[in-house]
Design a protein around this ligand. Structure first.
Ligand code: SF4
Ligand code: SF4
Length: 436
């Protein structure tokens, strides 16, 4: 499957050819019918409505195969299998009214069958849905009460690393819940051509994730997803952390260059979006700029150019943290566009942030803080590190100064209290002296 399309199988009937998309496919465990042939793999492909396919007419299935014949040369061969639905399964209908009634009945039957299928899929994935719900609840709690978590740098770091590990291993490699820019384009196309929830409900994890991402965009911008729930983002960050432990040098790009590289991801997103208006199939192919399918869905078990591309991005991320997220990710760009619409500013700042202090700007792992101190909401991934610094009694000069002031004030209060005590203790003597 490439770009969500099974590009080696095509169904042909007269002038009509039908290619199958990933959402038209379902893997089967086995066929329960007695005497059914046994195969290692069994799959159902659904022929989408509106293709002009007539099941009563003969058709053929074509399989394209390839073989490497030299270092850079491949031979291609096609195999075909013809089929004609046996007459026993066909009914001749001549009355148009009957045909319409049958069509209405078919449409209802199709809807009912789809609802049954959706129910079954959601039931089958109960455990995954429950774990995702726990993750989302935990993350929401942490965001709302971030000032408690970020009181300790160590606690924040280990919470984040643990969460990202679950995101990578459970959400990504186990549940394949990796959102993609293709989802956005499919949603847009679906809205243009009569929106239907059913197609989206077929994948519960993606559905729940998109739903929560849409809600979180209003509160926290793109950071809730990009910073915590994206499996490829987690893979980049965890590999970078390992690289740091192994003392791999880290590079900070000069601000001017960094700022000029940001727009690349927006350009990629707009190009993909434009391509999707012309053809969703094209845009799905171009969307291979996202290494998600290679690194997360197929776990690097793919043709070498794709694997090489994904590894190259991860390699760059060892030296420049979240290299792909910062400059190339079209999904990150799409999520960043509505960032300015968010209703709250959760990240606290002091007047001194940016002038004269640059601690947060220097330590922000994606360089999302301007030298002048403002946080760029389009680039911030809500890692909360600047909130750790905001409360740090060892790193933040504002907190250190406040503490010193308090100490001095409490010192002078203490001295005043001592003086008062002394005065009170010496008062009777003074009185006696006065009396004398
Ligand atoms: S920018 Fe892209 S890869 Fe990075 S975390 Fe966001 S969606 Fe994932
Ligand atoms: S350090 Fe602050 S500004 Fe930078 S990504 Fe983390 S939360 Fe956002």
């Amino acid at each position: 499957m490439r770009g969500g399309i099974f590009d080696r199988i095509v169904l042909i009937q007269g002038d009509t050819s039908v290619r199958f998309r990933d959402h038209d496919h379902r893997r089967l465990g086995e066929i329960a019918t007695v005497g059914a042939p046994r195969f290692d793999e069994l799959d159902i492909f659904r022929i989408p409505a509106g293709t002009g396919f007539d099941p009563a007419q003969p058709w053929r299935l074509q399989l394209l195969t390839q073989r490497d014949v030299a270092a850079l040369e491949r031979a291609f061969t096609t195999f075909e299998l013809s089929y004609q639905t046996p007459p026993a399964y066909l009914t001749e209908i001549s009355q148009p009214a009957t045909v319409m009634a049958e069509n209405v009945h078919d449409a209802q039957a199709e809807r009912t069958a789809q609802m049954v299928l959706i129910e079954r899929i959601w039931r089958d994935r109960q455990v995954e849905i429950a774990v995702l719900a726990v993750m989302l609840t935990l993350l929401t709690g942490v965001f709302f009460f971030q000032s408690y978590l970020t009181r300790s740098e160590r606690r924040t770091y280990w919470f984040r690393m643990s969460f990202l590990t679950v995101t990578l291993f459970f959400l990504g490699w186990y549940a394949n819940a990796q959102l993609s820019v293709v989802n956005i384009m499919a949603l847009f196309q679906s809205m243009m051509g009569g929106f239907s929830w059913q197609a989206f409900l077929l994948d519960p994890m993606t559905f729940i994730l998109w739903f929560s991402v849409a809600a979180s965009l209003i509160f926290w911008g793109r950071g809730a997803y990009c910073g915590w729930l994206c499996p490829f983002g987690a893979l980049q960050e965890l590999t970078n952390q390992i690289a740091r432990k192994l003392r791999v040098p880290q590079f900070t790009l000069p601000w001017g260059l960094h700022e000029r590289l940001w727009p690349i991801k927006y350009m990629i997103f707009l190009a993909l979006f434009g391509a999707s208006l012309a053809s969703l199939e094209w845009s799905e192919r171009f969307a291979e700029v996202e290494p998600f399918k290679t690194a997360i869905v197929l776990k690097f078990d793919r043709a070498w150019p794709f694997v090489l591309f994904a590894l190259a991005l991860l390699f760059a991320g060892l030296f420049i943290e979240r290299f792909y997220c910062r400059y190339l990710c079209p999904l990150g760009a799409a999520l960043a566009i509505p960032a300015r619409l968010r209703m709250f500013d959760w990240l606290k700042r002091y007047r001194e942030c940016g002038s004269p202090c640059h601690s947060c700007a220097n330590e922000c792992f994606v360089q999302a803080i301007h030298p002048t101190g403002e946080i760029n909401p389009n680039e911030c991934l809500n890692c909360m590190h600047c909130q750790v610094l905001y409360q740090s009694e060892t790193k933040c000069p504002v907190v250190i100064r406040q503490l010193k002031r308090r100490e001095t004030a409490s010192g002078s209060t203490k001295r005043s209290v001592e003086a008062l005590d002394r005065a009170i203790n010496t008062k009777p003597a003074t009185k006696e002296t006065d009396n004398v």
